[in-house]
Ligand binder design. Structure first.
Ligand code: DLL
Length: 440
């Protein structure tokens, strides 16, 4: 049975949804113009007044926002409310530059909890579920975001946070967890641990999981579904816009429904900044139409995705975003060819669907870019036959080379030599950047 948290909104006819978006957008732009100096300045510079924004069709008249705007106005300069109305802050997990601070009013927290409740309902959750939250609790939005969603749904939240993996597995079993929330890479390392300690998925009551905060492939989905005996759903979000549950898959697993009554999505060409037609891949941009504390307008996420507006079999009418293919800033340029780490992961897993412990090491040797794919071997993989090892390496190399159009080298590592992630996994080290930093 398909479950919804708020069917009248999630399944509203598109014309009603668009009318609501237009109304909220025009009100939001007025608020932002009056209360956020950097937006007032940007709009004035473009000659746009709040009264010019009457409907979603006027969105393209508005200025974009980028992460640097938040950094330039650190910490609270983009807030539209006094900090006395802000009941919580989180900070983005950016690895480069200054972290960015995001804030929420009480109403923002309520709306966020509702979006997270919708996400959990869309994967089949209800008040009978035990929602085990293994995203980190703290400045990262993952833990508290899903926790409030579970409570809003009326389910039982288990605030496990990340870490202490064996305890996590024991809690799954002893507390009867039915839905898990964690990064896909952490799920993979828990599956590995289950094998080591001899725990079977049949001892668990898990039925579904919402996995996000980092890119993952269909091959990895299959591995998690098999390893935990569940359905694995993709969930997306970012701190600047809200946190987890900006969008989430439904039981049909065919793209993540965006909470469009709160966030208007667009896809743009990151070079020309032109809005792209439906179905084209480009940079995802969001406008927050109900956020009070930090209402970002046309925020450029850097995530590369595609929007689909076709009605979904689940009955939800809200647009779906297809699995993000990576970030514009994650894209590697190897000898002039654009390569996304996710393409390599897909090729790797198409040859060996258990090969999830890998690391890409990019370097420049004699002025030539190189990629080494480091991959852990598993105890059960080969006997003593060196030929098997060579054949395996050859197969991997040829799948990856043809997927990305650039030759890679494969290095097999001892089991357990790569660090396991409990949050967002590090999949790529680009030594060219480190060298540039020091040679500058
Ligand atoms: O990662 C929020 C989140 C928590 C989402 C838990 C889902 C689950 P940030 O730390 O600000 O927020 O990182 C946001 O992570 O711009 C994407 O690049 C990436 N990301 C998030 N979800 C997905 C996903 C949280 N499902 C950044 N697939 C985003 C691919 C994702 N990338």
């Amino acid at each position: 049975m398909i479950k919804y948290f708020k069917p009248e909104i999630e399944c509203a006819p598109r014309h009603e949804l668009e009318a609501l978006q237009s109304f909220r957008l025009s009100q939001q732009i007025r608020r932002v113009y009056d209360n956020v100096k950097p937006y007032r300045e940007k709009m004035d510079a473009m000659g746009v007044k709040p009264e010019d924004i009457k409907s979603v069709k006027d969105l393209s008249k508005l200025p974009f926002t980028v992460k640097q705007d938040l950094r330039d106005n650190y910490p609270y300069g983009m807030f539209a409310t006094p900090t006395s109305d802000v009941v919580r802050i989180h900070a983005s997990s950016g690895t480069t530059g200054k972290q960015t601070v995001v804030g929420y009013t009480r109403k923002d927290i309520d709306i966020w909890a509702e979006c997270a409740a919708r996400a959990l309902a869309s994967v089949g959750g209800d008040q009978n579920d035990f929602v085990h939250v293994s995203y980190g609790y703290g400045l990262f939005t993952g833990g508290l975001g899903m926790h409030y969603g579970a409570e809003k749904l009326g389910a039982t939240a288990i605030p496990a946070s990340a870490g202490n993996s064996q305890r996590q597995l024991e809690m799954f079993r002893d507390f009867g967890s039915t839905i898990v929330c964690m990064t896909p890479s952490y799920a993979v390392s828990l599956i590995e641990l289950m094998k080591e300690i001899g725990m079977s998925k049949d001892e668990l009551k898990l039925k579904a999981g919402v996995f996000g905060a980092e890119p993952w492939t269909e091959e990895m989905r299959q591995q998690i579904e098999e390893g935990l005996g569940i359905k694995a759903y993709d969930i997306y979000g970012l701190s600047e816009i809200m946190g987890p549950s900006v969008s989430c898959e439904c039981e049909y697993q065919c793209g993540m429904h965006i909470c469009e009554d709160h966030f208007i999505p667009e896809i743009i060409d990151p070079d020309t900044l032109e809005v792209l037609p439906e179905g084209e891949q480009g940079e995802l941009v969001f406008t927050c139409i109900t956020k009070e504390a930090l209402p970002l307008i046309r925020y450029r996420t850097r995530d590369i995705a595609t929007l689909v507006y076709e009605p979904c079999k689940c009955g939800r009418t809200h647009a779906r975003m297809l699995k993000p293919q990576g970030r514009t800033d994650d894209m590697l340029i190897i000898r002039g060819v654009n390569v996304f780490p996710s393409q390599i992961e897909s090729a790797l897993l198409s040859v060996d669907n258990k090969a999830t412990n890998y690391l890409l090491v990019v370097d420049r040797v004699n002025n030539l870019d190189t990629i080494e794919v480091q991959l852990e071997i598993r105890d059960d993989m080969f006997g003593d036959n060196v030929k098997d090892v060579e054949a395996y390496k050859k197969k991997l190399k040829s799948a990856i080379d043809s997927a990305i159009g650039v030759g890679v080298s494969i290095k097999l590592l001892e089991p357990k030599s790569l660090a396991r992630s409990m949050g967002k996994a590090t999949r790529c080290i680009d030594n060219r950047k480190i060298k540039n930093k020091f040679t500058k």
